[in-house]
Design a protein around this ligand. Structure first.
Ligand code: TXA
Ligand code: MG
Length: 366
């Protein structure tokens, strides 16, 4: 079958890394580990190779890709200019989970990478395998998350194969991704204005501090949930600058809703009641909770209960969120409820992904 034929290598195998770099140079796709999530890479300069990424993922062609580099020397080839603030952000957070959108140098990458925009997102991942692969390949590597479009991003090589076996050149297995959520994406505009297009582990406060106190604004939150047809219609306000944000993302196969309330007890009580109703309808149910609240639910509150760890440790929730969403799929859960976490710091990135996975569905227990 497809999976048996899939090229799969262990990251410790140096010869395999060289082989993967060769595949990239030949214009093929290779999935590889990064500190955020697994990426599906191809030579960013080769249109056919980049098209193979879109094809494998089933990704809409108007959603641009991030270009990965291991060496800042490549920057000059890729972008027309690097504002002072962008340089400061690179000094502070590269290598690391920060993607910086800058004016693209015409012809530097395939137009399929930028989806026809005059900007390109660039990132230097903080992962030894990713950096070794990028260095060995010697080219800028376009790499979106290595999942089928709309699915949770992969944090294990097994997730990549679940979604893409038979559709890609291969995967390098480097174990679990540490951060677990995708990079923070920022755009640095003329005058040094910094806009967060996608929240991540690097927070707005950290960005502002790193850029010498430059103002940092959030992406237009409304644009995030605007359906494609309305987003295109325009009229009031600019088009969303992170075109990818308008699509359903990260979703498990079942219907997920986020339950909020003025107290954890209230929210849990409502969730438990809804889960019991769903169960009575014959649905396989799922519950995603924070460890501190486990005792607020009756035993067997859902067929599949997944903990994101303690509320006090958002790092743990970020690390395990996507694997948790995939667990519900494995359990065949059709009706899934999740608790919310405070919308600050890393919690903002977690809530951003969770709300997208839930397609904006919120149940207010109050
Ligand atoms: O952590 C990450 O960023 C991972 C790993 C593999 O590096 N990659 C990733 O790529 O999450 P992807 O394609 O799943 O998400 C890229 C995001 C999308 O929301 C896309 O719209 C935005 O970055 N983006 C890319 N280039 C852009 C550009 N020129 N202008 C605005 N947004 C851009
Ligand atoms: Mg993605």
């Amino acid at each position: 079958d497809d999976e048996a034929e899939q090229w799969r290598a262990n990251a410790a195998d140096l010869a395999a890394l060289e082989e993967a770099a060769e595949m990239l140079r030949e214009g093929r796709t290779v999935a590889f580990p990064t500190e955020t999530v697994y990426g599906l890479g191809a030579d960013a300069r080769l249109t056919e190779a980049v098209e193979a990424i879109f094809e494998a993922k089933g990704r809409p062609s108007d959603n641009p890709l991030i270009v990965h580099i291991a060496d800042r020397a490549l920057l000059a080839e890729l972008v027309a200019e690097v504002p002072e603030e962008a340089r400061a952000l690179m000094d502070a957070y590269w290598p690391g989970p920060l993607t910086i959108v800058l004016p693209v140098r015409p012809g530097a990458v395939s137009p399929r990478v930028t989806a026809g925009l005059d900007t390109v997102g660039i990132r230097m991942p903080d992962h030894p395998v990713a950096l070794a692969l990028l260095k060995a390949a010697g080219c800028p590597v376009a790499a979106p998350s290595a999942n089928r479009s709309g699915r949770p991003s992969p944090t294990l090589a097994a997730h990549v194969l679940d979604d893409l076996a038979g559709r890609i050149g291969g995967v390098i297995d480097g174990g679990a991704s540490g951060v677990g959520l995708e990079s923070t994406v920022v755009q640095v505009q003329q005058g040094g204005r910094i806009t967060v297009l996608r929240p991540g582990g690097v927070t707005a406060q950290q960005l502002s501090a790193a850029a010498g106190g430059a103002p940092v604004t959030g992406a237009d939150a409304a644009a995030d949930f605007t359906p494609p047809d309305q987003a295109e219609a325009g009229g009031n306000g600019p088009a969303p600058r992170a075109p990818g944000m308008k699509y359903a993302h990260y979703a498990p196969r079942g219907t997920l809703s986020v339950v909020t309330g003025s107290s954890p007890e209230r929210a849990a009580k409502r969730a438990a009641a809804l889960l019991a109703e769903a169960r009575a309808r014959g649905e396989v149910t799922g519950l995603m909770l924070f460890e501190e609240h486990r005792s607020l639910y009756p035993d067997g509150a859902a067929s599949c209960v997944v903990s994101l760890g303690p509320l006090a440790s958002p790092e743990q929730a970020a690390h395990s969120l996507y694997a948790a969403l995939r667990e519900f799929d494995e359990a065949g859960a059709g009706y899934i409820l999740s608790e919310a976490c405070p919308d600050t710091g890393l919690g903002s990135a977690i809530m951003n992904r969770l709300m997208k996975a839930a397609a904006g569905r919120v149940i207010d227990a109050d």
